[in-house]
Design a protein around this ligand. Sequence first.
Ligand code: PEP
Length: 250
Amino acid sequence: MRRTLIAGNWKMNTDHAAAVALAEGVAKGSGDVENADLLVCPPSIYLESVGKALDGSPVALGAQNMYAQPNGAFTGEISAAMLTDVGAEYVILGHSERRNIMGETNAMVNEKTLAALEAGLVPIVCVGELLEQREGGKTGEVIAEQFAGSLASLTADQVTKIVIAYEPVWAIGTGKVATPEQAEEVHADLRRLLKESYNDEIADKVRILYGGSVKPSNAAELMSQPNVDGALVGGASLKPEDFLGIAKAV
Ligand code: PEP
């Protein structure tokens, strides 16, 4: 049985005081959430302070990105070990903003995924099609390519330790949420790819989150789909009541 995960991606938002206040708000309300694990992913510079604000609560801490190399001359980058050092347990990898704005490729996401696993982090590997790809009937093809490229060479044991997030790019930050049927179709496809690449037992263990304009009002219907195991939440994770509202809708 897969336990639902509700993950907040704060992106490049908040300042130090707002990040701590948001974390305190989520921690305070987390006791009312029964059916989901909670995770917040603040900007890296606030990880340590947010971690302190979450102390003693069941809310986990994650980062939004990392570099694949362990150390060295990579100015401005942050390693997996640095993330675990400040208490992060998860890391979002291959978010569409990193793929489409920063030019991250499947090969780079794959390197990062392997490095995160090596360091004991849980990678949340994001996949998702652009609007023109959906309209051109290419969703299945794009997802299969991102799946194969981003998860290349992961062992069966490693793949059970990851989370996959399906985030249609046209639904991110647009208010245009995928219908539960559209989400389920891609999630079932991802589950099939896991079965084909590994086996049924392994495929059944991997959590597949949906992301893209999730709100308290649409969360229950999305989460009720058989292959939707939680949500990666952007905008609505910036207010404790909205983020917790999504988690309570599960
Ligand atoms: C995201 O960026 O991961 C996301 C899903 O954003 P939003 O919820 O704002 O669409």
